[in-house]
Structures are given as structure tokens and as C-alpha cells.
Write a protein that binds this ligand. Structure first.
Ligand SMILES: *[C@@H]1O[C@H](CO)[C@@H](O)[C@H](O)[C@H]1NC(C)=O
Length: 281
């Protein structure tokens, strides 16, 4: 091989190393006293019983990126449980991009709850039912976060978009605080299922959520800067194309059950400015 070819091979190896991730090297179980564990086959499980829930987090912090995770939610009667999966920075004016899965009794649907915090301000809830049973199998839940927008995906289908309109409309956008990936399984029987009407059935414990195939194609933050310049993936410039926008509309029309941008009880006519960017319906 010529030097050029060798360099090319090295470069490809480097790109692959950035694009894929491994639980054992990239994730730390952060709480739960043994209730979170790594299993064979690059599988991770979190569990919850009366004593405690459990959680993990990424070792690295990212400033922009795309993360994908395959998750299989708590089987059977998961009422009262919440499984979270989110990016978050630290400190009082933090940024956060949230997936939360609210459990339900057997045969009734999970709610996928989402939110976006920018510089400490949240209150941007949107909720969905899914078009499949998320406890029956693994499905891929992804967050794309680049300078143009944040997109939430389920199995590659966009379910929510939060655009960067900071310069045009003054809505703060997460752009300068690095975020870690977090996940947890915990009890929230006071509000999770039918607003707290259905309590956790502890005779079903331990409750277990499973994870596999974590991928982070992201700019890793280290020593106060983002090591992004050399290795931006296709996600850096990714946005919704016409097909993506059509799918997003399909989800909003058929599966969205709550949207803060249409909640007149809460906001009267004074909706937050980003709501004018929301697509119909
Ligand atoms: C649970 O099932 C009930 C009845 O179908 C439904 O109203 C509710 O939205 C479901 N999900 C949650 C998390 O409460």
C-alpha cells in the first residue's frame, strides 16, 4: 500500500470508531446499587423494585450529534413506571432533550412524553402513542441535534422537530452547553399512568427495561471544547426532507395526544414564539 492508501485506511478506521459505541466502554451505570447491569451480547438492563430504580449515563459529553439506542420497555403491567432516555447538560440554566416512556397496565398503550429545555426553560411537552407495542420488541429511539434543529425519531420516523429560531425569533436554542446521554427506570405512580390514577403493582417487580446497540455519532466535548471539526458526520447538515416532513405530519395527525402549542387552557392565545413554526395539524 502507498502512504496515501494507508492514511485512507487509518482515516476510515477513525471514522468508524467515532460512529459506533460500546456499552462497556462508553456507558457507566450511575445509580441503583446493582439494579442496572451489562449482559452478554452488548446488552444492558435497568431494573426497578420497591427499594430503588436504576440508571446509566454516557461517559462522554457531546456538543451536537446524533444518538441512537434500541430499547425494549417494561413488559406486562408497567403502570406507574417511567423509563427516561435523554440528553442533558448540567447547571441551573441547563439544556435538555427528553424522551420519557410512561408505562401502563397490560394491553393499554404507553405514552411517549417529550420535552425540550433550552437555557433552563422547558414547558414544551408533546406526547404520543406509538404505532406498535414498545414492550414487545426493541425499537430504535434517536435524537438528532445539530445547529439547525433537534429531531426526535422512532425507528427512523421523525415524531418531533424543534427548530433553531434563536436569531430570527429570540427563542434560546441549545448550542453552547455539552450534554450527556442519560437513562433511568424509576417509579412515578403519583402521575405517570392516567395522571396517577393507576398505581404501581409491586407484585410484578422487578420491572426491567433492556437496551442494546448504542450509537453516538457526535462531537465529543473535551477540555472545554468540542472535537468536532475533523469528523462531522452526515447528521451535521441533516434536516427534514419532503418525505420526512410527510412522515412527521402522519405522526402528528394520528399519534400525537398532547401538544403544548395547542393548549389554549394553559397559554390562552399567548403561545410561545416557537409555536408559530409548528407544522399543521
Ligand atoms: C393507559 O391507558 C389508558 C386507557 O387506554 C389511556 O387513557 C392512557 O393514556 C394510557 N397511558 C398512560 C401512560 O396513562
Amino acid at each position: 500500500m502507498s502512504n496515501g492508501q494507508i492514511l485512507q485506511v487509518l482515516f476510515l478506521a477513525l471514522v468508524v470508531a467515532v460512529a459506533s459505541a460500546d456499552f462497556n466502554t462508553d456507558i457507566d451505570i450511575s445509580w441503583g446499587a446493582g439494579r442496572g447491569k451489562f449482559l452478554n451480547g452488548n446488552l444492558l438492563q435497568l431494573s426497578l423494585d420497591r427499594g430503588s430504580g436504576s440508571g446509566f449515563r454516557s461517559r462522554a459529553e457531546y456538543l451536537y450529534g446524533r444518538v441512537d439506542m434500541d430499547i425494549k420497555l417494561v413488559l406486562g403491567n408497567s403502570a406507574g413506571t417511567v423509563t427516561t432516555y435523554y440528553l442533558s447538560s448540567q447547571g441551573p440554566t441547563h439544556d435538555e432533550i427528553d424522551f420519557e416512556f410512561l408505562g401502563n397496565v397490560t394491553g393499554e398503550p404507553y405514552i411517549l412524553h417529550t420535552n425540550v429545555f433550552s437555557q433552563g426553560k422547558g414547558n414544551r411537552e408533546q406526547q404520543f402513542y406509538l404505532w406498535f407495542d414498545p414492550r414487545a420488541d426493541f425499537h430504535t429511539y434517536s435524537i438528532l441535534w445539530n445547529p439547525q434543529q433537534i429531531i426526535f425519531y422512532v425507528d427512523g420516523t421523525p415524531i418531533r422537530e424543534f427548530r433553531n429560531i434563536e436569531s430570527s425569533a429570540g427563542v434560546p436554542y441549545p448550542k453552547s452547553q455539552p450534554m450527556r446521554l442519560y437513562s433511568s427506570l424509576w417509579d412515578a405512580e403519583d402521575w405517570a399512568t392516567r395522571g396517577g390514577l393507576v398505581k404501581t403493582d409491586w407484585s410484578q417487580a422487578p420491572f426491567v427495561a433492556s437496551y442494546r446497540n448504542f450509537r453516538a455519532d457526535a462531537c465529543v466535548w473535551s477540555s472545554g471544547r468540542s472535537a468536532c471539526s475533523a469528523s462531522k458526520g452526515t447528521w451535521w447538515a441533516q434536516s427534514l426532507d419532503a418525505g420526512g416532513a410527510q412522515k412527521l405530519r402522519w405522526v402528528r395527525k394520528n399519534y400525537m395526544i398532547y401538544n403544548y402549542c395547542t393548549d389554549t387552557k394553559r397559554f390562552g392565545q399567548g403561545f410561545p414564539p416557537e409555536c408559530s413554526q409548528e407544522m399543521a395539524p
